[in-house]
Design a protein. Sequence first.
Length: 203
Amino acid sequence: MGHPVDLKTLTAALEHAPARPPMRISSDYDLNPGVVLPEGRVLRPAAVLIAVLAGPDGDEVILTVRASTLKHHPGQIAFPGGKIDGAETAAEAALREAHEEIGLEPSNVSLLAELPAHETVTGYNVIPILARVAADFTPTPEAGEVAEVFRVPLSFLLTPANYAIEGRRWRGARRQYYVVPYGPYYIWGATARMLKSLADQVA
């Protein structure tokens, strides 16, 4: 890649130029075609906010480190987000969760795109919402849920060469997944897969 990729480039790519295939739904099982999923399974609706803001050296993506005390995915890296409640839209849920988890005011966010859903091994159908954060802010992590809030350059996350495939044994079988390590942060699983989908769009 000859120059850093910014949010403007990404949103242009998401408009699906004729030579570029549209994004498709993704899954934690993408790299594990031998897994047989039960028919009629019911996925719980959820949404995450892929929040991008201007940094000193270019656009950055906000990520969180989940608290080590959580029952599901403790210590893992994630986007702000969670379950969709009642009649909420995916965007409303993502904004609400981002406000609760990191103190990001909805009025400071401009929604850009609702991306194709991602199915997780924990039974969620997660809808990523791409958004621009207008003004810088000081995150306030929600005690008990978020251990840390950090940022990663968008251009790094949109470079396919930064991704690798690794694997480990899970529920009695070896499972493969995407990883995109950044400094001390090991970004993997569903978060890395959703980011990889974006990287593929601008490749």
